[in-house]
Design a protein around this ligand. Sequence first.
Ligand SMILES: Nc1ncnc2c1ncn2[C@@H]1O[C@H](COP(=O)(O)OP(=O)(O)OP(=O)(O)O)[C@@H](O)[C@H]1O
Length: 469
Amino acid sequence: MVGNPKILWSECLQKIRQNVSESQYKAWFKTIAFDSFSQKDKTLTLRLPSNFVYEYLEENYVDLLTKVLNFYFGDGIQLRYRVLTDMTNNISQEVEAEQPAVIDEPKKTENVNRSPSALDSATPQQIDSQLNVHQTFKNYIEGDSNKMPRSIGLSIAEHPNKNTFNPLFLYGPSGCGKTHLINAIGVKIKEMYPEKRVLYVSARLFQVQYTDSVRQNRTNDFINFYQTIDALIVDDIQEWMTATKTQDTFFHIFNHLFRNGKRIILASDRPPVELQGMNERLLTRFKCGLIAELEKPNVQLCVDILNCKIRRDGLTIPRNVIQFIAETANGSVRDLEGVINSLLAYSVVYNSNIDMRLAERVIKRAVKLDNHPLTVDDILERVCSHFNVTQTNVFTKSRKHEFVIARQVSMYLAQKYTKMPASRIGKLVGGRDHSTVVHSCNLIEKRIKVDKEFQDEMISIENSFKLKK
Ligand SMILES: Nc1ncnc2c1ncn2[C@@H]1O[C@H](COP(=O)(O)OP(=O)(O)OP(=O)(O)O)[C@@H](O)[C@H]1O
């Protein structure tokens, strides 16, 4: 380093002033004072008026600061801050500046002189979005469990430049449609704004790319590339829970995109609070947008998704079979699709129609069996879900047809599977007496013998008992 460090710092300030707006300069840089410089460790210490200024600088201007310091003080300059933490008693605390993720080689060229900004990367080319064009809003069926996330996703896709709901953090159990939804957002943005650089990437792939870039000494290129994206979609970010370096790198990319009003869409199998091992700073950023939960689809949504798939594939599957599959697929749309594909394969191999018997065979192979003894509660839950009523409906004195049938079926199945005395079952199913239970069981038994459709319904409910929920 040549020259007086205090003067060099004021030159740095001049350079920074040329690269930020006047109001930004006044707010964040004018208040910084030179403190000291140690020739021995090549460390510059700056005095900051508050923790807030420190945090803001680190988050927003660390790239700029590093580049300018490298340029004036030379390579390898270390930065420390003396942050005033208690103005009244004039107490300050020393903190090491964080190493920016992007540390470009200091180029003493015209380019650096003109603008030492990380934004100075080459003009972006069109990129392959890595989107699955078959996962769109058109074939993303709406139901109670996904209404809110779906409509938010659509509004983000239609107005990607608005900064509301940024980032969107979508979470939910496996197979409930997260990947489909975030893809649909990307596809829609591309449809409406073809010039936008949209990128879908799985967290795993991002991590692999990052590790490769470190190995090849090309981390700057990696980061620069991600910083040019207009809408970045990252799937399965729970994969990063133990990958601290990847998290740090993403933190810088995130900040850059966010500051520049770019869209960030994230999907995870759990909410931010359950992402143990994720950097706290990253978590705060995830929380500053919108966190939306995708719940397991209910039976009706599963039926609708199945019907859509069946129509699309030109299949004919009886209604009771569809209902049965929907009820036994554990709320995972992926399982539903698997069952349909297997059904199709089996029906071809055995040259048979897709009917209830075939569905039962396929389901037994596809879904894990549950050996736990059934309780009256389990039975009520499955029966209510089958007839689309609530337990409160079943417990009322109402004579409404679907409530009555759900009540009677629950009693019949409770007697068949739990072997409890009728009086006990009556108590558990809405406080009925012993004779009501016996009467209900007789009615159901008779109906099974004479009504084929009802018999199928009962088989479907009973099959659902054998399967793990
Ligand atoms: N509402 C829906 N409408 C139509 N298809 C759906 C819907 N939800 C899910 N799917 C389909 O179900 C399958 C599984 O969905 P997806 O891969 O999006 O689940 P996921 O929540 O991302 O699962 P994971 O966390 O295991 O990656 C996909 O084929 C998807 O198209």
